[in-house]
Design a binder for this molecule. Structure first.
Ligand SMILES: Cc1cc2nc3c(=O)[nH]c(=O)nc-3n(C[C@H](O)[C@H](O)[C@H](O)COP(=O)(O)OP(=O)(O)OC[C@H]3O[C@@H](n4cnc5c(N)ncnc54)[C@H](O)[C@@H]3O)c2cc1C
Length: 385
């Protein structure tokens, strides 16, 4: 009997085949479109049905509901591989899996799972809407209200800000407070469809990085939501929000290691080609050491992301590990992409080469799904309890 646990980076046959298929999709379909998507500030609509067809939009969803019946670790592999090419295309896939499908799988009733998951795995993009203009880190201070409607159901009123996939999504998980006197224990999660009366998508943000990913405002103006679209128990939305983000953070960690890898791969190729002082700059030890340091930090971040995903899949506690993985991988990604811009010299500072985009895309990792300070707060809380 072999009882030695596998190395963290060891992949099963199924995982390896899946990763390779995603990597090929990223190279052949995403890469040729990256520049145009960046300029157009939108995901090429051609890519979205391809993501569905490849099973990337329902990785953890059971096959009987249209998904691939996979694991969070496979989500991690997919997000890393796509981010290596384009972090915007990757976040579309990441949000669908970790922030939309996951809470529906975990908290949805059988009827909700059967109603929404076959759509979310076949043709409908989803979004997760917690943040507002006045409540980001203090997410449970949200001002969106849910009130009982006269003829049954709920009326939602408020504005959500910063919602990833807002431009493309047809199904939104929206958090509102249905009992403000109860504080965060009044927060309830609702499943809202784009064509519901009183719902509209507002302004789209113009951003530093992940420019092709849509980040929009959502407007709820007496938006009527039927009772059967309440996700989980009334007043338990805060729990759904937190637990969903715990898983989501592993996906952001994967995005950051993918972005760092993309930049490092480009830099390794460049330093072998670029000649100064009569030889390739790769022959200078200073350059070699910068690359070695970057590769070492990237490996450490990858091990943390993989371990957090494996813990979650094994049903073990992973909150602190997920927060650490996101914190460190976003820091590493900023450092690695910054070094890579420098290794390209002046060319690295232009849009003619890919590294400036990786550098800009890196910054979001320290902000969304909880800023770095919020990750530190979670880690410290668990450490000191
Ligand atoms: C591109 C993008 C996409 C996003 N996508 C989504 C999405 O799909 N769904 C969604 O719901 N939200 C989304 N967000 C929102 C994101 O999660 C918030 O921006 C983030 O949580 C930070 O909130 P804030 O912007 O209000 O910053 P603030 O909370 O105002 O933070 C400002 C600064 O203060 C610090 N700070 C705040 N409180 C404390 C404290 N107690 N101790 C120490 N430091 C503190 C923060 O770390 C930060 O440095 C997205 C944001 C962006 C930029």
């Amino acid at each position: 009997m072999n009882s030695t646990p596998s190395p963290l980076t060891a992949l099963s046959e199924e995982e390896r085949m899946f990763r390779d298929a995603v990597a090929e999709f990223a190279e052949t379909e995403v890469r040729p479109r990256v520049r145009a998507m960046e300029e157009a500030r939108r995901i090429d609509p051609v890519l979205i049905p391809q993501c569905f067809a490849l099973g990337l939009m329902g990785i953890e969803v059971p096959e009987e509901l249209g998904g691939a019946g996979g694991t969070l670790f496979m989500v991690t592999l997919a997000v890393e591989e796509i981010s290596r090419v384009d972090a915007s295309a990757a976040i579309l896939v990441d949000v669908q899996n970790t922030l939309v499908n996951h809470p529906l799988l975990r908290y949805g009733s059988a009827a909700q799972r059967e109603q929404f998951l076959p759509r979310l795995t076949s043709d409908t993009v989803g979004a997760y809407a917690l943040s507002e203009a006045g409540s980001g880190s203090d997410a449970f201070g949200l001002a969106t209200r849910a009130e009982r409607a006269g003829g049954g159901g709920w009326r939602l009123t408020g504005r959500k800000l910063w919602i990833t996939n807002g431009g493309e999504a047809g199904i939104f998980i929206i958090f509102a407070n249905s009992d403000p006197a109860a504080g965060y224990r009044g927060i309830t999660a609702f499943i809202v469809e784009r064509d519901f009366s009183g719902f509209s998508v507002g302004k789209k943000e113009d951003k530093l990085g992940i420019r092709a990913s849509s980040t929009t405002e959502l407007l709820l103006d007496d938006c009527l939501v039927p009772d059967e679209n309440v996700l989980g128990p009334v007043g338990q939305g805060y729990k759904i929000a937190i637990e969903t983000l715990n898983e989501g953070r592993i996906g952001i960690g994967a995005q950051m290691i993918g972005v760092a890898r993309g930049a490092l791969d480009a830099a390794v190729a460049y330093v072998k080609e670029r000649r100064q002082f009569g030889k390739p700059i790769a022959e200078f030890q200073a350059i070699q050491f910068q690359l070695a340091q970057a590769a070492t930090e990237l490996e450490a971040a990858r091990l943390m992301v993989y371990n957090a995903a494996r813990l979650k899949d094994a049903g073990q506690p992973f909150t602190s590990e997920a927060a650490m993985a996101k914190l460190l991988s976003s820091q590493v990604c900023e450092r690695v992409t910054s070094v890579c811009v420098e290794l390209f010299g002046g060319y690295g500072y232009t849009t003619d080469y890919p590294v400036e985009k990786f550098y800009r895309d890196a910054k979001i990792g320290a902000i969304y799904e909880g800023t770095s300070n919020m990750q530190l707060q979670t880690i410290a809380k668990l450490l000191l309890r």
